[in-house]
Write a protein that binds this ligand. Structure first.
Ligand code: URA
Length: 239
């Protein structure tokens, strides 16, 4: 076979089972490699070419994982941190694997759609201003956004310190409430949404990301919940 990955590691990486369960499945002759029963769970396989079956079902191999999380408040957008709980820490064991990181950061107090992956190229493409991927946020403000404030955010804001934010698209979550705003931006600069609204005299009291590209947060996910994304959902980011 001349493979490059242990069978049990392969099965855990594809979220089929734990390593312990893998050894049990192999012992019970429920795992096949290229049509033959796997002799041991630590045998090396080639994930790109060998056909692995578990209880008769072929395991589709995906090199990278893409996880959708409804980020809760109070959790850091990072892989690990000495002092604070991170979005990777709170993933269920079944989704955990090495090298996961959040593709883009949300502030600690921001909630909503976060993609966690181990695919650096995907994250880079998603975050690159060149890709022009819109991120939509719902922002609750401490006062109604003035029409002038709206116009200024829609034309692009330059702060006193020289930081420039590209034009954003503003709409209102409820027609009659100018303090409940949906804002779409293509950049992701530090505190961008909060600072844009501050420049218009409004403080953001709650911020939730609703979508990235055409991918919207699965509202069945409670804050803190996460699940694997489908291939189609992954493509929606760039649609
Ligand atoms: N803009 C902010 O100010 N905070 C976020 O978390 C995301 C965008």
């Amino acid at each position: 076979m001349g493979g490059s990955m242990r069978l049990d590691k392969f099965l855990t990486s594809q979220n089929i089972c734990s390593r312990k369960e893998a050894s049990k499945l192999v012992r019970e002759k429920r795992v096949k490699i290229n049509g033959k029963f796997a002799p041991k769970s630590d045998i090396k396989i080639d994930p790109e070419h060998d056909i692995i079956e578990v209880e008769g079902n072929i395991v589709a191999y995906s090199k990278f994982v893409y996880i959708m999380m409804n980020k809760p408040k109070g959790v850091l957008s990072a892989s690990n941190d000495k002092n604070a709980q991170t979005v990777v820490d709170i993933l269920p064991d079944s989704l955990k694997r090495r090298d996961l990181f959040p593709a883009g950061r949300l502030d600690k107090d921001t909630t909503g759609l976060l993609i966690i992956t181990d695919d650096g190229d995907f994250a880079h493409k998603m975050l690159s201003p060149k890709s022009g991927v819109y991120k939509a946020y719902r922002a609750l403000l401490d006062r109604p956004l003035s029409p002038e404030g709206q116009t200024s955010i829609e034309s692009g804001v330059t702060l006193k310190d020289g930081t420039h934010y590209k034009p954003a698209i503003i709409s209102f979550y409820n027609e009659n409430d100018r303090s409940d705003v949906v804002i779409r931006i293509t950049e992701g600069k530090f505190h961008e949404v909060k600072r844009m609204f501050l420049s218009a005299g409004c403080e953001v009291t709650a911020l939730k990301r609703l979508s990235i590209g055409s991918l919207t947060l699965d509202e069945n996910l409670s804050p803190g919940d996460a699940r694997s994304m489908t291939e189609a959902e992954k493509d929606l980011v760039f649609a």
